[in-house]
Design a protein around this ligand. Structure first.
Ligand code: PRT
Ligand code: ZN
Length: 290
């Protein structure tokens, strides 16, 4: 591998798998273009001093801790399990999941005491060990690499400790989730001893990521409103500082612009209609620069 250059940030991301696509998309939206069709093990971005190193997610924390890569995009679960010394600099808002204890669905489960003397299959033995120590539970932890969910039916274990997202995999294997132990999402990690030059580049990248992440799930809203209702409308859609209000050619009316969370959109629209808003437009937002 080429030596890690001082002039360029090297970011390790997952080669393929659940985090690859969204990692590339985040970089692209932050103005760091990588041509996935022409990608090599190490690929230079076209418009930012950055190169991407493609790895298995398991190898990303160590690669960053050693300084072979300066930064990495990886699940917090991997960072926590591996325990290498890296800085978690930013939560990235995708790859959300939890690591949970699950038991066969017919088990009458009351509390973590249930696990005393039981065999638990997992790919996350360190996180589980720590949890059991906190709970004062003594159990047999069996580390297995993949398909943890079939271990109880195969007679290999009494329970599992595995990643859960929708819960569908547990249900289809006759299991039920009984303890949610660790919550994870994709995070940006950094080598703790980056040079000043690289730290400055990281700040630019972090600022751009923040703008991209902030704009997700937000909508731009504009409407016509009787001028005397402006105060009420501001209480409904306060925006970042306050909404923009422009006069309309027709006396007594104005145009009000604001941003809202997509989740709250319909609720806000209904409240605005009640106070007389008309011609409401909802637009998608590209970036929010705070
Ligand atoms: O090849 P490589 O080693 O790079 O990839 P991998 O196979 O080890 O990891 P991958 O691509 O499966 O996951 C990468 C990261 O995505 C994980 O480390 C988590 O941080 C995150 N993530 C988010 C998930 C899930 N959601 C997820 N649902 N990782 C795995 N799963 C699996 C889980 O193991 C279980 O088998 O999906 C199944 C459960 O899903 P539900 O929706 O049925 O509950
Ligand atoms: Zn992996």
């Amino acid at each position: 591998m080429n030596e890690n250059s001082e002039k360029m940030l090297r970011v390790a991301i997952q080669t393929k798998g659940r985090l690859n696509e969204q990692s590339v998309e985040l970089l692209n939206e932050a103005g760091v273009s990588i041509d996935e069709n022409k990608r090599k093990f190490l690929t230079r971005a076209t418009d930012f001093p950055l190169e991407v190193l493609y790895l298995r997610d398991d190898d990303i924390p160590q690669t960053v801790a050693m300084g072979v890569a300066d930064l990495g995009i990886v699940g917090l679960n991997e960072v926590e399990e591996k325990g290498y010394k890296v800085d978690v600099v930013q939560k990235l808002g995708f790859g959300n999941c939890r690591i949970s204890l699950a038991v066969p669905k017919d088990v009458e489960y009351m509390s973590p005491d249930y696990f005393n003397g039981k065999r638990i299959a997992t790919s996350y033995p360190r996180i589980l060990e720590r949890y059991f120590a906190e709970q004062g539970v003594t159990a047999e932890i069996h580390e297995i690499a993949g398909s943890v969910e079939i271990a109880p039916a195969a007679g290999i274990s009494d329970a599992i400790f595995d990643i859960v997202s929708s819960g569908g995999t547990l249900v289809s294997n006759g299991l039920k989730e009984v303890e949610k132990v660790f919550f994870s999402e994709a995070v940006l990690i950094a080598n703790p001893s980056l040079s000043e030059e690289k730290r400055a580049m990281l700040e630019v990248l972090q600022f751009r990521f923040e703008a991209v992440i902030d704009s997700r799930g937000m909508k731009y809203l504009l409407m016509n409103l009787p001028a005397e209702k402006v105060e009420e409308a501001i209480r409904i859609v306060p925006a970042m500082r306050s909404p923009t209000v422009l006069p309309l050619a027709q006396e007594g009316w104005c145009s009000l612009h604001s941003v809202v969370r997509e989740k709250e959109l319909w609720d806000k629209v209904e409240q605005l209609k009640k106070i007389g808003a008309e011609g409401i437009l909802v637009l998608s937002l590209d970036k929010i620069i705070r």
